[in-house]
Design a protein around this ligand. Structure first.
Ligand SMILES: Nc1ncnc2c1ncn2[C@@H]1O[C@H](COP(=O)(O)OP(=O)(O)OP(=O)(O)O)[C@@H](O)[C@H]1O
Length: 255
């Protein structure tokens, strides 16, 4: 199932936050959204997820979700959102219980997503026993358990230190390479965008408009840290964003 944003604009009261956003999120691709603070990236994810309705324009779901999909649009949050009193297995089973899936059917799904996220040995651990990176892997496993058509990832690595972020980027690349997933991925981090994005939507300062869609053809598995071609693209992104990021930063201080 692809997502198509068709001339989306959104306002809160009199404040226009997003303006005339049109783009596609094709099946099996990761589309990253970058742009200065407050330009509407998280708002756009909420509109895609159906948590809010755009003031103008449409979010279209084209085609059908994958077989066995329990929740077509599934979020992965920055702060993991795990229940501390439930084990890794229990946190994942919770989303299946919501759909009446229990017992051996649930166990089969859970062992599959734990294997895909390399967490099989941690099924009985509690969140407090896990590092930040592992907690986020559990959150990703939980999202995968409902076989989403599209994962909506709102700065999923930004609560992690830089080394853990690097490791988790490798994990996401491995996960995608073994079995491609579709994602709308919001990040402040341009290194993350060039490492994970097949397509990067660069938004302007509020009201966020698309300044450029950057396509990166290089396979994810070939995108090593420090790759000169990726560094060049990252520099291009930063050159586009620098002045607006500074202006957005100063605007926040003035509030
Ligand atoms: N529910 C709301 N009601 C009113 N204004 C809102 C609401 N949600 C967001 N905003 C405003 O809309 C603008 C865009 O917010 P949003 O969180 O989407 O931006 P963002 O690009 O994700 O920001 P950041 O990069 O800082 O996380 C901001 O000015 C924010 O204050």
């Amino acid at each position: 199932m692809d997502i198509r944003l068709d001339a989306i604009s959104h306002s809160y009261g009199g404040t226009e936050v997003l303006r005339d956003i049109s783009l596609d999120i094709p099946t099996g691709k990761i589309v990253c959204f970058v742009g200065p603070s407050g330009c509407g990236k998280s708002t756009l994810l909420r509109l895609i997820g159906g948590l809010e309705r755009a003031t103008k324009g449409r979010v279209l779901q084209l085609g059908t979700p994958p077989a066995g999909c329990l929740n077509p649009l599934t979020y992965v949050f920055q702060d993991f959102a795990l229940l501390p009193w439930r084990t890794v297995h229990g946190n994942i089973s919770l989303v299946l219980e919501d759909h009446g899936i229990k017992g051996t059917a649930a166990d089969a799904i859970i062992s599959d997503v734990l294997a895909r996220t390399k967490l099989s040995d941690f099924s009985n651990a509690l969140p407090r026993q896990l590092s930040g990176g592992m907690k986020q892997r559990v959150a990703i496993a939980r999202a995968l358990a409902v076989k989403p058509a599209v994962m909506l990832m709102d700065e999923p690595l930004s609560a992690l230190d830089s080394q853990t972020r690097e490791l988790l980027m490798d994990d996401l690349v491995g996960l995608w390479t073994r079995q491609p997933f579709t994602a709308a991925y919001v990040t402040h981090n341009l290194a993350e965008a060039v490492r994970l994005g097949h397509r990067i939507a660069v938004l302007s300062r509020r009201p966020g408009e698309i300044r450029e869609m950057v396509e990166i053809d290089m396979p994810l598995a070939d995108r090593s840290h420090g790759n000169p071609e990726l560094e060049q693209i990252q520099k291009h992104l930063w050159d586009m964003m620098r002045d607006e990021a500074r202006a957005a930063d100063e605007e926040l201080i003035d509030v």
